[in-house]
Write a protein that binds this ligand. Structure first.
Ligand code: GLC
Length: 740
């Protein structure tokens, strides 16, 4: 896939001159047009999640009256077929023009069956898996009346203090692009008119992951080059895969709030990328232009948002309140409003809502399509594939299923809720705890003793003493530590990305018993590991694995399956080392591992290196990489070159290996990162088996985005690695020749 993939066949909405749509627009009043451009939090229904009490103002009767008055284009985050049908009926039978509602929800990583959080699933480095889980999530969401998901979140995040790292694909733009496209394909399926498909939304446009200091909702200051080279490509990939909606971000970018950013919403999105779907604000992010100090009042905010290119207002209601008068005053041209309405109606038509307004509102599917065994099995597979084995000294893992007393200690040992992670809004199913997974797998379930030891962020009276006692009489200890689900996700930025002090104290006390220690981490970001946790012989980065968490971890801990995940985010040496990302620029005083002199680009306390690098992950085996080889030392401007490597499984178990292709442009008009991921291939290897992996390169694979967003390829020398992570390895060298 080149850096700027040509548009694939998107789910192209109806053309500009669709007679049906044009006739509808011609009959709409200004108030009805504003209504079509307004969606609201749907918490009047029985199954709405209680995530925003302030929005609970409206009763169901008031919502029905608003729909009948033509002031509602869609609702979000309510689910349930019966109540959805009742609301759609109001639109179809009581409103003047009978335009169907569209029902949306934050289906981020599943609905009734909860999959690993997206950051965890990104660790699988597997677009096919990402597509399959998105497809499975779409089947469940459409079974309960959802037609539009506010996913995939495609923000590139390089500062692990930010809570929403958990929702995306991590720090790398290439991995972000590949997975954005895969998830869009999974959600939208082959034809959006199919009632089992979900309209996808790439979000949050743009650069929300670059908030200063990793602090939630904070300002973003970055260069045009970094914006185009790092943060925009995953959006382009998602739109090229056919996503027909895009959500704006809360943050400002260089002083212009994203929801009023004409440069992005119109110049880039419409003029450069030719996007024909709809743009929806984030939750009241249009009204928040006032708080930003960009709009004088909410009426001004409505004007700025619609003129910039934000078609749909989410939750604030300011389009309903102000668009009619703004048009009547001439502050907003009717043509602008009509174009936004046209985009909304085109998307509703692409969803088949005019022909089948009760699509995805089928009571039979609600009864039969949820938590299917095949979906639960997929959740277990995805959870296994998400776990990253950071360390396994002495081959401590896998553990035998019998003959050992195991002490399972920690605040998440028996947890069945936090393991779902953020944005698991509608799962009355409680997840499979680590305790349950281990007990079910053990030959003797009684060989497991479970002690919480401490709370998630608070000590437990007598907890450490009980934990030490249990550890002392065990043969091996499994420590279940990490972040509670409130410590990750939206409004969960952390100033310190280490483990909470009570958990560290517990780890020190348990480690002091000298028993072999396996640490299982539950988290939504890269963590700064210290003390006994960092020193543990076996370390599993397990993210939030969702419903099948305990089963998947037991599968790996006892060796029924081998870990194969790779880090989508770098684990730093120190919590203060943020933002940190492997694809950083060299600086004029690069500090290499060997060079410890003072006047180099580093902190006093640590080198400019991670504790565990991007792409790192171990298995239960021993994979050897041969040298990275090239079939030629030069690449003609319009030619191809092939890079290859031979990998061998020298271990005793089958392994899934993810070989990663990195490049480094040695000399560039805009200095380039010391290493950039530009491809990866997974291969299953039996014991003793070798495989040669090949990457065919063109200059597009070596190009980067210039400050204007256009691809720039520059002749010169490139280092290339095909390696097991973003660190180490000896590069091959390729010269890109100038155009002749
Ligand atoms: C939230 C999030 C966004 C979500 C929306 C609707 O504040 O920023 O990702 O889709 O509101 O819940």
């Amino acid at each position: 896939m080149s850096l700027f993939s040509p548009r694939v066949m998107p789910a192209e909405p109806a053309g500009d001159d669709d007679p049906f749509i044009e006739s509808l627009i011609a009959r709409m009043t200004l108030e009805e047009k504003a209504g079509q451009l307004s969606i609201f939090f749907d918490n009047a229904r029985e199954d709405a999640p209680d995530i925003n009490p302030a929005q609970a103002a409206k009763s169901l009767a008031e919502v029905r009256a608003e729909i009948a008055a033509g002031r509602v284009g869609g609702l979000f985050n309510g689910i349930g077929v019966a109540s959805g049908r009742a609301l759609q009926k109001v639109a179809l039978e009581e409103s003047r023009l009978k335009i169907p509602l569209v029902f949306a929800a934050d289906v981020i990583h599943g609905l009734r069956t909860v999959f690993p959080v997206p950051l965890g699933e990104a660790a699988a480095f597997d677009p096919d898996l990402a597509e399959r889980t998105a497809r499975a999530a779409a089947l469940e969401a459409t079974a309960v009346g959802v037609q539009w998901t506010f996913a995939p979140m495609v923000d590139v995040a390089r500062d692990q203090r930010w809570g929403r790292v958990v929702e995306g694909a991590g720090e790398d733009p290439y991995l972000g692009r590949v997975l954005a496209a895969a998830r869009v394909r999974g959600f939208q399926g082959q034809d959006l008119r199919d009632p089992d498909t979900l309209l996808a939304t790439v979000k949050h446009f743009a650069a929300y992951g670059a908030v200063s200091g990793g602090m939630e909702y904070n300002s973003v200051d970055l260069s045009e080059a970094t914006l185009h080279d790092v943060h925009l490509p995953p959006f382009k990939a998602g739109l090229d895969a056919g996503a027909l909606s895009l959500m704006t971000a809360f943050n400002d970018i260089n002083g212009i709030p994203a929801t009023a950013h004409r440069g992005l919403l119109t110049d880039v999105l419409r003029k450069q990328w030719r996007f024909r779907g709809l743009v929806v604000s984030d939750f009241a992010s249009d009204a928040e232009l006032v708080s930003h100090g960009h709009a004088a009042d909410e009426k001004d905010a409505a004007r700025l948002s619609i003129l910039a290119g934000c078609d749909v207002s989410m939750a604030s209601g300011i389009y309903n309140r102000y668009l009619p008068e703004l048009v009547r005053e001439g502050a907003v041209p009717m043509a602008v409003v009509d174009e936004s309405v046209r985009r909304v109606l085109r998307v509703k038509k692409a969803l088949g809502l005019f022909d089948n307004p009760y699509r995805s509102l089928d009571p039979e599917k609600e009864r039969t399509q949820l938590r299917l065994p095949v979906t639960v099995a997929l959740a277990r597979e995805a959870a296994r594939r998400s776990v990253v084995l950071l360390k396994n000294e002495g081959g401590l893992l896998p553990l035998p299923k019998g003959g050992r007393r195991i002490a399972l200690i920690g605040p998440f040992a028996s947890d069945r809720v936090h393991l779902m992670g953020p944005w698991a809004l509608w799962n009355e199913q409680r997840g499979v705890s680590l305790e349950q997974g281990l007990r079910e797998a053990l030959d003797d379930a009684q060989a497991l003793e479970v002690v919480a030891g401490c709370g998630i962020e608070a000590p437990l009276e007598g907890g450490i003493a009980a934990a030490v006692t249990a550890a002392a009489r065990a043969d091996v200890v499994i420590l279940s530590l990490g972040e509670g689900d409130e410590m990750s996700g939206e409004s969960a930025a952390r100033a310190d990305i280490g483990l909470p002090a009570p958990q560290l104290a517990l780890a020190e006390a348990v480690a002091a018993t000298g028993k072999p220690l396996v640490v299982v981490l539950q988290h939504g970001r890269a963590l700064a590991l210290t003390g006994a946790v960092r020193a543990a012989p076996a370390l599993l980065a397990a993210w939030y694995l969702g419903n099948e968490s305990g089963h998947a971890l037991a599968d790996l801990i006892f060796g029924d399956h081998a870990p194969s995940g790779r880090l989508p985010v770098s684990f730093p040496q120190h919590a203060g080392q943020q933002p940190f990302h492997y694809n950083h620029r060299s600086t004029g005083r690069p500090q290499t591992q060997a060079d410890a002199s003072r006047f180099k680009s580093r902190y006093r306390e640590v080198t400019h290196a991670p504790l565990y690098p991007f792409g790192h992950g171990l298995g239960y085996g021993d994979i050897a990489y041969g040298a990275t080889e090239l079939d030629a030392s030069t690449l003609a401007w319009d030619g191809t070159a092939t890079a290859q490597v031979t990998v061998t499984n020298r271990g005793a178990r089958a392994m899934r290996e993810v070989a990663q292709l990195y490049i480094h442009q040695r000399v560039a008009s805009l200095v380039r990162p010391v290493r950039e991921l530009r491809g990866f291939q997974a291969v299953e290897l039996k014991p003793g088996e070798s495989a040669t992996l090949r990457f065919v390169l063109t200059r597009q694979h070596l190009a980067y985005a210039g400050a204007d967003g256009r691809p720039v390829a520059e002749p010169g020398l490139f280092d290339l690695w095909i390696a097991p992570s973003a660190a180490g390895g000896t590069p091959a060298v390729l010269r890109l020749l100038a155009a002749v």
